[in-house]
Structure formats: C-alpha cells, structure tokens
Design a protein around this ligand. Structure first.
Ligand code: RB5
Length: 150
C-alpha cells in the first residue's frame, strides 16, 4: 500500500513518528510535508495529499493538524476524497467499512502518538464492505452541487 501523508507545523513531530510506524509496517510512504517547524497553512498540505490520492499516486492518505478538523474540512473539498476525522478505533473501522474513507485525519494536539497508532492500524487494516454502501458513496458525488450553486 502507498500512503501519502501531510501535516502542518502543529503536527510535525507526530507525523515523523507516524511515518516511522508506517515504514516499520512495510508501507510505502510519501511524506508531502511540512518538513520544518515554521508556521504554515493546513489547507496547503490537505491539497497535496488529496491530489496525490485523486491522481492515484497514493492508495490512501493521512493528514494531521492540531485537531484534524481543518484538514478534514479542506480535504473533503476535493472530488472523490472521503476524509474522516477519527478519534477512536471504532470510528476508524466504520469509516472504512461504510464510507470507504480514503484519507484519515488526526489531531496532534488532542491525541498522543501512542493513542493514534492503533487508530491508524485499524484504519489501514479494515476493508470497505461495498454492497449498499456503494450506492451511498456514489450519491456523495452525484448529489454534490459544486462551489457556485445557488
Ligand atoms: C494551527 O494552529 C491549527 O489551527 C491547525 O493545526 C488545526 O488545528 C486546524 O484545524
């Protein structure tokens, strides 16, 4: 599996630890930044990771900011992206089984790395159930009215 990962400055250290964990699992990781502690803007990294997943350069993505909220809002503006902010293993599992979430969002100011790792592992290891969920996911795209709709 190829994973694209991104964070802002608030989650730089957490991202480094998560990258190490993913590598230890034999996962191919594409770290799209940020790469230093300078203050930066989470939508820029949400865009890089979302585009990587959209273009199938990566199978899935992980985005970490202070809370995970900004990353999830930003990533979900990209067509075909289903970003899920998961604070429990159960949510991580359900986001895969029901929503086929292709980006996992986490919060480095609200979750320790040791808390995140089991959530990440559950998310990586859970398959989408398809079936009735396929119709619902299709409707996410077909019901979308676009940015300029009245
Ligand atoms: C950065 O200070 C912070 O706003 C960001 O990491 C994130 O929590 C936004 O949702």
């Amino acid at each position: 599996m190829r994973i694209a990962i991104g964070s802002d400055h608030a989650a730089l250290d957490a991202k480094s630890d998560v990258v190490k964990h993913l590598a230890s699992r034999g996962i191919e990781v594409n770290d799209l930044g940020t790469h230093d502690t300078n203050s930066c803007d989470y939508p820029d990294y949400a865009a890089l990771v979302s585009t990587s997943v959209q273009q199938k350069e990566s199978d899935r993505g992980i985005l970490i900011c202070g809370t995970g909220i900004g990353m999830s809002i930003a990533a979900n503006r990209f067509k075909g992206i289903r970003a899920a902010l998961c604070y429990t293993e159960e949510l991580a599992m359900l986001s895969r089984q029901h929503n086929d979430a292709n980006i996992l969002c986490l919060g480095a100011r609200t979750q320790s790395v040791s808390y995140m790792i089991p959530i990440i592992d559950k998310w990586l290891d859970t398959a989408w159930e398809g079936d009735r969920h396929a119709r619902r996911i299709e409707k996410i795209e077909t019901n979308s009215r676009g940015q300029d709709a009245k």
